[in-house]
Design a protein around this ligand. Structure first.
Ligand code: ZN
Length: 254
């Protein structure tokens, strides 16, 4: 019999689940504010309409639910059969009727939430493999979904900004992104400094490999916006104490 509450009792995990579900609710709100005709409009992602964003978020929930099912049953069920299949699915989803598109988002979100709710305590440690080939515990699926719903709610191009994202989510996002750059070695000569954190201490990354790095500074939401490749308003770039006229583009993240 299905439980009515999350089966895990781990406080950190419950907090993460709350943030994923809050992000989903936020995405739902921004989506529901749009009329059916609005769905045809441009998103903030090049080449994608709001339909593509909505389809992607719906299929992303299904793909992540497959990982949770994998953790629960031990039967390997990958997120997507291939990167091409993932893209085809999004392109197909974008052609659905508005009602079908909205149902896809709603139903897939509820399904994922139930899969999480019913996952037994010990299964959260079971390992699964992401679409990028990373082997992670099932608990990582919560963060994978969290960043998708919050960031793509902004991409809906309906007034949401990075200021709407909880500070703790922004902090983890920036840690993730700069960690990816560091692994790839694309952060050479770059130092990131973000103000307005949960602890009151600035978050600083990179810049240890160059004597005079380009320093990117700004409030956390602006720095994360820049780091995700979504503009540089509110961000300052300096080198040798000189303010640069142009803020350099962030290294690729995805
Ligand atoms: Zn995405």
């Amino acid at each position: 019999m299905a439980a009515r509450a999350d089966r895990t009792t781990d406080p950190a995990l419950l907090q993460s689940l709350l943030q994923a579900r809050r992000g989903t609710a936020f995405f739902a709100r921004k989506l529901n504010e749009l009329t059916d005709a609005d769905l045809d409009g441009a998103s903030l992602l090049p080449g994608w309409t709001r339909r593509h964003i909505t389809a992607h978020i719906g299929y992303n929930a299904r793909a992540i639910a497959r990982l949770v099912e994998w953790a629960a049953t031990g039967v390997e069920t990958p997120m997507y059969s291939s990167p091409e299949a993932r893209n085809q699915e999004i392109n197909f989803g974008a052609t659905l009727s508005p009602i079908a598109l909205r149902n896809l988002f709603d139903h897939s979100a509820v399904h994922l939430s139930v899969e999480w709710r019913d996952l037994p305590e010990e299964a959260w440690h079971h390992e699964v493999r992401t679409a990028q080939g990373r082997v992670v515990p099932a608990s990582e699926t919560v963060w994978m979904r969290t960043r998708e719903v919050w960031v793509h709610a902004i991409d809906l191009n309906n007034g949401a900004t990075f200021i709407d994202i909880p500070t703790s989510v922004l902090e983890r996002l920036l840690t993730d992104i700069t960690g990816t750059w560091h692994t790839r070695g694309t952060d050479t000569g770059l130092r990131i400094n973000a103000t307005g954190t949960t602890t009151g201490t600035d978050l600083a990354f990179g810049g240890t490999n160059t004597a005079d790095p380009t320093i990117i500074t700004g409030p956390l939401p602006a720095v994360v916006q820049w780091a995700t490749g979504r503009g540089h308003s509110g961000v300052t770039a300096t080198r040798n104490r000189d303010v640069l006229e142009e803020v350099p583009a962030a290294p690729r993240w995805i």
